[in-house]
Write a new protein. Structure first.
Length: 162
């Protein structure tokens, strides 16, 4: 099966936006804690001939380079999170679309991408769609039979109570 690329990064802005906010908060907390830990540890273990304030100032200056690197990596982490989340948000969005279509009478088959999570849901949906399609056909057939019987009764002069 050929791999089909997604055309958009945000499949469900509500879910993926919430995920990005949580990742951002976690990353920010991690960044602050690591920065404070490294700076404080280096300052406390530094040359005792200097005051703690001057050692902290010196260590902050040395840590700026590492901070810039971590900040530069942050957009890549967020983009990867969005792309990864498509593997579970995409199938749910597709399933929702197919459920809406099924509700409006369309029994188009559902298929997920090769690396998507919950791929078995597409097969389960398709089984339900087949059952719904069969039931619709049965109802149409019975409605046609009722209409045929009503017509036969009316031609025989018998009125039906509808």
């Amino acid at each position: 099966m050929a791999r089909v690329q997604r055309k958009q990064n945000f499949v469900d802005k509500h879910v993926q936006g919430a995920l990005l906010r949580r990742i951002f908060i976690h990353w920010l907390i991690f960044f602050v804690v690591v920065t404070m830990s490294v700076v404080m540890l280096q300052a406390m273990l530094g040359d005792p001939a200097y005051s703690l304030a001057s050692r902290l100032k010196n260590e902050m200056g040395e840590f700026i380079f590492m901070g810039v690197i971590l900040l530069a990596l942050f957009p890549a982490f967020m983009l990867d999170t969005i792309r990864f989340s498509n593997r579970f948000v995409g199938p749910i969005a597709r399933l929702r679309r197919h459920l809406r279509q099924l509700g409006s009478g369309d029994t188009d088959r559902c298929q997920f991408r090769e690396n998507d999570y919950w791929a078995e849901m597409a097969g389960e949906f398709n089984e339900v769609a087949t059952l719904v399609e069969k039931q619709r056909e049965d109802i149409e057939s019975r409605d046609a039979e009722i209409d045929r019987l009503k017509a036969a009764l009316s031609t025989a002069g018998i009125t039906s109570r509808s």
